[in-house]
Ligand binder design. Structure first.
Ligand SMILES: [Zn+2]
Length: 158
C-alpha cells in the first residue's frame, strides 16, 4: 500500500496515545454508528480522516472523508457484510488516495493491524456511537461513552 501521497492541508487534530484504537476495539468502533477517526502513517506523517455513519434502522454505513476545506465528502457505503462499496455518486474519484486508503484500511489493516506498525488509528475524543465528547479517562480509552457502552452491554446480554 502506497500510503504517502495523501493531501495534508486538513485541519490539524492533536492525537493523544490514549485515543488510539486497536484490535477488537477498533473493529467495534468503526461500525458503532457515528465513528470519526483518523488513519495516520507515522513514517510519512500523512493521514486521512473518515466518518462512518450508520443508517437509522438498516445495517448500512455511509463513509465520508474529510476534504481539504473541512467538508466531509461521501465516498461509499458498507452493507451488512461490512465490505466497502465505492459510490458512483461520489464527487471523489475512485482512484483518489483517500478512497484507496479506506479500501486498504478495511480489507488489509482492519483484521491484521499488527502487520502495519507504521500505521495508527485514532478517534477524535468523541463517542463512536453517539458522537458526544468523551469526558472520562476510561471512555477516552474505549472510544465509547458510558451510556452507549452500557446500552451495548444490555443488548448483548438479552
Ligand atoms: Zn455515546
Amino acid at each position: 500500500m502506497d500510503f504517502v501521497k495523501i493531501p495534508t492541508k486538513q485541519p490539524k487534530h492533536e492525537f493523544i496515545p490514549e485515543s488510539e484504537l486497536r484490535g477488537q476495539q477498533l473493529r467495534d468502533f468503526v461500525f458503532a454508528g457515528n465513528a470519526l477517526f483518523t488513519v495516520l502513517n507515522k513514517t510519512s506523517g500523512n493521514y486521512v480522516t473518515f466518518k462512518v455513519k450508520k443508517h437509522k434502522e438498516d445495517d448500512v454505513w455511509f463513509v465520508t472523508t474529510l476534504g481539504q476545506y473541512g467538508s466531509y465528502d461521501f465516498i461509499g457505503t458498507c452493507f451488512s457484510d461490512k465490505k466497502f462499496k465505492y459510490s458512483r455518486k461520489s464527487d471523489v474519484s475512485e482512484t483518489d488516495q483517500k478512497v484507496a486508503v479506506f479500501k486498504w484500511f478495511l480489507t488489509k489493516f482492519f483484521n491484521d493491524q499488527n502487520k502495519y506498525e507504521e500505521v495508527k488509528v485514532y478517534h477524535h475524543g468523541r463517542c463512536g456511537a453517539c458522537a458526544k465528547v468523551l469526558t472520562t479517562p476510561e471512555s477516552i480509552k474505549e472510544g465509547i461513552g458510558p451510556v452507549c457502552s452500557g446500552r451495548k452491554y444490555k443488548k448483548r446480554a438479552s
